[in-house]
Design a protein around this ligand. Structure first.
Ligand code: SAM
Ligand code: SF4
Ligand code: SF4
Length: 365
């Protein structure tokens, strides 16, 4: 660990934008740490039925207090050390990240970070789009690169039923449009497909966004957390989605652009764009998973399905310097052997239920 060799860079108060490389980390399955997903709030203004069902996340639900959340300074420090360890993409998520006051300030801080070679790090954000029409310009100005907007249906009645707060789909579409106008891009649209709920919208969604500036991605409904009552029968396999779209609009598969890419890419043969399929259930991609996640209160999780995180906030608030933080991160990542999605098929429903998994709204996508 060489961070302490450069005193100014290792001094948290120095605000150094670049730390020397720590040589990159690999876990026990030889996977590097490239992507850090940072949850900036556990709160959300939606109650999507597959993520924050109202009967669990109701009035009495105990969300984190403000002083429990990582501050922007703390997030920046973790991100800076992660970048020295090889992270090249930072994704802000939640809960709903646009609910976190001053999110633009955090984006600006992260956008100023530099890799050991002096390059920028890619800054991405996943949002439900509800505040995008208002915030698109300021997000772009702050330095946001990539944007993913969740949109599960174009049928307003169904969309409102799925977000369970009567939020109209037209306002999300206005937000997507505003983001495009502001020059944010590439913009991806995520549709979680749940059988019997919105799977009849697959073709409509494909037809609507075909030829648009946006890439639509279909996500298999996952057993994240325990509150959504997941069952395998409700998963629509990506292979079925491809077959259904291909019947209407012939498709061909594209090769991946980067190692660790979560979505399999397909292109319309008539040249009107592409779609993505995220098949976490039927075609797990743990073998190349290079994603680490930081929860809102500073726990480092090495898998979306992990049962426990590692408390980096305690280190930060206990006065640890960057070298100590880097050493902690290194020992966590190098011990990592998570591959839940590959193991899922072998688990009985009882074993799955017994495993206390974290909620998606707590850790982000
Ligand atoms: N609130 C933001 C949003 O909805 O985009 C960011 C956080 S949300 C937890 C991140 C992504 O996870 C969203 O695209 C959402 O649709 C997806 N998601 C939530 N629960 C899921 C589940 N059970 N299976 C698959 N995707 C899920
Ligand atoms: Fe909120 Fe996103 Fe979860 Fe929907 S998917 S409840 S918008 S965190
Ligand atoms: Fe990565 Fe865990 Fe998902 Fe596998 S199950 S792809 S290890 S987050």
């Amino acid at each position: 660990m060489s961070l302490s060799h450069t005193p100014s860079a290792g001094d948290p108060a120095s605000g150094a934008l670049r730390l020397p490389s720590t040589g990159g980390l690999v876990d026990r399955l030889d996977r590097p740490m490239r992507d850090l997903r940072i949850s900036v709030t556990d709160r959300c203004n939606f109650r999507c039925v597959y993520c924050m069902p109202r009967d669990v996340f109701g009035r009495d639900y105990a969300f984190l207090d403000r002083d429990e959340l990582l501050s922007f300074e703390e997030i920046e420090r973790i991100a800076r050390v992660a970048v020295a360890h090889g992270v090249r993409k930072l994704r802000l998520t939640g809960g709903e990240p646009l609910l976190r006051r001053g999110i633009e300030d955090l984006i600006a801080r992260l956008a100023a970070l530099r890799t050991p070679a002096g390059d920028r790090v890619e800054i991405a954000l996943t949002t439900n789009g509800s505040a995008l029409a208002v915030k698109a310009r300021s997000l772009k100005d702050a330095g946001l690169d990539r944007l993913t907007v969740s949109i599960d249906s174009l049928d307003d009645h169904l969309f409102q039923r799925m977000n369970d707060v009567r939020f109209p789909v037209a306002r999300v579409l206005d937000g997507v449009h505003a983001a495009h106008e502001a020059g944010l891009g590439p913009i991806k649209l995520n549709m979680v497909v749940k059988r019997g709920l919105n799977d009849h919208e697959i073709e409509t969604m494909a037809a609507h966004f075909k030829g648009s500036p946006y890439t639509l991605r279909f996500i298999e409904y996952m057993d994240v957390g325990t509150s959504n009552g997941w069952s395998l029968d409700e998963v629509v396999p990506s292979s079925e989605i491809i077959e259904r779209i291909d019947t209407l609009f012939p498709l061909e598969q594209l090769s991946p652009t980067a190692v660790g890419e979560t979505a399999k890419r397909w292109r319309y043969r008539d040249g009107t764009g592409e779609i993505g399929l995220i098949s976490s259930v039927t075609n797990a991609f743990c073998g190349t998973c290079n994603r680490a996640r930081i929860s809102t209160e500073g726990r480092l999780f090495t898998c979306l399905f992990a049962t426990e995180g590692h408390d980096l906030r305690a280190l930060l608030r206990g006065g640890a310097d960057d070298a100590r933080l880097a050493a902690a991160m290194a020992s966590i990542w190098t011990a990592r052997d998570d591959r839940y999605s590959e193991e899922r098929a072998a688990l009985t429903p009882e074993l799955r239920a017994a495993r206390q998994r974290i909620e998606m709204s707590y850790i982000g996508g």
